[in-house]
Design a protein around this ligand. Structure first.
Ligand SMILES: [Zn+2]
Length: 532
């Protein structure tokens, strides 16, 4: 007796091979049969004319600061995501130390869901909390370098001492023992930005020894893109660690077209035997913290340090003049278009909620200031807790990354109960299928599905997910290829997609006839199952 049978669908099994007609039988959370299945079943689903594929694995999510307070991941599940990889861009919710927690919390406040309790310290303890409360999706977590550096050194702009490096290595090692899938870095964000390449290499050696990966938001995604990809590859080579470049892109108008050079380097690295892959999202806008406009030194000492500097007219003037001088790509675009390509996504205070959805240009006009002064003023009023959406990429670069054979798909998203999310939190996977597979025919359906399923599973070392085969976990999506479409837009970002009919998480129905069932069927995955 089966639990579920999905009858008459077209299976795209995640391996990249041709679609084929088959029924799928599910029992005890696993796929047990693929082919002609006639066994009796508790539930029978007609999938005639629909595609049946493995559930999508979101290689790049920032839900770690949301899930302990809001476990539903509704926007993800409704687009077919069954596993989220969290802890990206150097920022993980664990490990934390009580004496550094305040400093850390103020910096990551823009990522945190209301009511987040921070009732953990160690990495394993964080995973335990998630497991106890339940999650709608499976979760695989990376440990963030920024988190680890903050716990050991605070927000200090300097090299780590030998003792500090040893302490960071010990922390990373412990996280790996407790179930982390690898280390992430965010080398444009404080305090990761203060770290040398060799610091990352040393930490990655620890990760490599324990079979993990290195996932990196590289040091520069614009003018410094090529050097930054070179740094990521060097780290992979010196530490002998598999590399995942996060949200590969060329940011800033003067850098458009540079993605092809970066992809060439990825190819060359693989050519000499390194394991270098990446993820990308199908949008020309990114989302980040407004502090990303600031020079490095402005964030020394964290948000408190920044607030002190903003109150000192001389230092504030220095900050403004560096931004006006276009010291990096975001700053350059801000100066050249006065903030027309940046919208404000989320503010902390009630008085500035009205800015959400406005461009920085509009916000600065409202204040009678130029865009640079408006940025500093808003950061001060919001105690740095502001998110922005920046239309900084070109379509050609986005497409080049999405179709490249080493590229996977990740949302890079966060969806809080306040503010406005980036529409990628609701539309990434349907958009990839609708726009780039069905409409533009840039890649085949089976290739797109492979990028969303078995590629990330293999990279992470998830041995029983990412393929639709007997013995694999029954994380599945049933969708209409003729109807699938993202509906979320920048103006209306919380719209669910069309065409996703069923989603299964560990054999349980999570979406039924397009309706979210609000069930917590996810598992907290650990790199070493023995630790759970
Ligand atoms: Zn990032």
């Amino acid at each position: 007796m089966l639990d579920v049978i999905i009858k008459g669908g077209t299976v795209v099994d995640g391996s990249g091979s041709e679609p084929f007609a088959a029924d799928v039988g599910i029992r005890d959370g696993k796929v047990v049969s693929v082919g002609r299945v006639d066994d009796p079943s508790e539930v029978s689903i007609e999938a005639d004319g629909s595609i049946v594929s493995p559930g999508f694995i979101d290689t790049h999510s920032h839900s770690d600061f949301v899930l302990p307070a809001n476990p539903w991941s509704e926007g993800k599940v409704m687009q077919g995501v069954t596993t989220e990889v969290v802890g990206n861009c150097g920022m993980s919710a664990a490990p934390v130390k009580p004496e550094r927690l305040g400093l850390f919390k103020s910096y990551v406040a823009f990522l945190c869901e209301e009511g987040l309790r921070w009732d953990w310290e160690g990495f394993g303890e964080y995973l335990d909390r998630l497991q106890e409360r339940g999650t709608a999706v499976n979760v695989a977590a990376l440990v963030g370098h920024n988190t680890v550096r903050t716990m050991v050194m605070g927000f200090e702009e300097r090299e780590a001492s030998t003792e500090e490096l040893e302490e960071m290595k010990a922390l990373v090692s412990r996280c790996m023992e407790e179930g982390a899938f690898g280390l992430s870095s965010g080398l444009i964000y404080a305090p990761g930005i203060y770290a040398s390449t060799s610091e990352i290499v040393e930490l990655c050696k620890v990760v490599s020894a324990r079979g993990g990966i290195y996932s990196t938001h590289v040091r520069g995604e614009g003018e410094k893109l090529i050097d930054s990809i070179a740094e990521a590859i060097r780290i992979g080579k010196e530490a002998q660690v598999p590399v995942q470049v996060s949200h590969l892109k060329a940011s800033g108008r003067s850098n458009w077209g540079k993605v092809s050079g970066a992809l060439k380097m990825v190819d060359e690295a693989n050519g000499v035997g390194l394991d270098v892959t990446f993820d990308a999202y199908p949008y020309t806008a990114g989302m980040t913290t407004m502090t990303a406009f600031l020079p490095h030194w402005a964030l020394e000492g964290g948000v408190e340090g920044l607030m002190g500097r903003l109150k000192d007219p001389r230092v504030r003037g220095k900050m403004a003049s560096e931004i006006r001088g276009g010291f990096q790509d975001l700053a350059k675009d801000l100066v050249s278009d006065g903030g027309r390509s940046v919208t404000i996504a989320q503010c902390k205070t009630e008085r500035n909620k009205k800015l959400e959805g406005m461009t920085l240009f509009e916000a600065s006009k409202l204040r009678g200031k130029d865009a640079v002064e408006a940025v500093l003023e808003i950061l001060e009023e919001e105690e740095a807790e502001v998110s922005i959406i920046s239309f900084s990429m070109c379509e050609e670069d986005v497409k080049a990354a999405l179709v490249h054979p080493r590229g996977m798909v990740g949302t890079d998203s966060i969806d809080l109960s306040r503010g406005r999310p980036h529409p990628r939190a609701y539309g990434t996977y349907p958009r990839m299928l609708a726009r780039y597979v069905r409409e533009e025919k840039l890649l085949s359906l089976q290739d797109a599905v492979r990028k969303m399923t078995s590629m990330p599973a293999r990279k992470l070392g998830l041995k029983d997910r990412g393929l639709l085969r007997p013995g694999y976990c029954a994380d599945l999506v049933v969708f209409r290829m003729d109807e699938v479409e993202d509906s979320a837009s920048f103006d209306d970002p919380r719209k669910f997609p069309r065409g996703i009919e069923y989603v299964f998480v560990n054999g349980n129905i999570a979406v039924e006839r397009g309706k979210f069932l609000r069930k917590l069927h996810g598992k907290i995955l650990r790199k070493f199952p023995s630790a759970s």
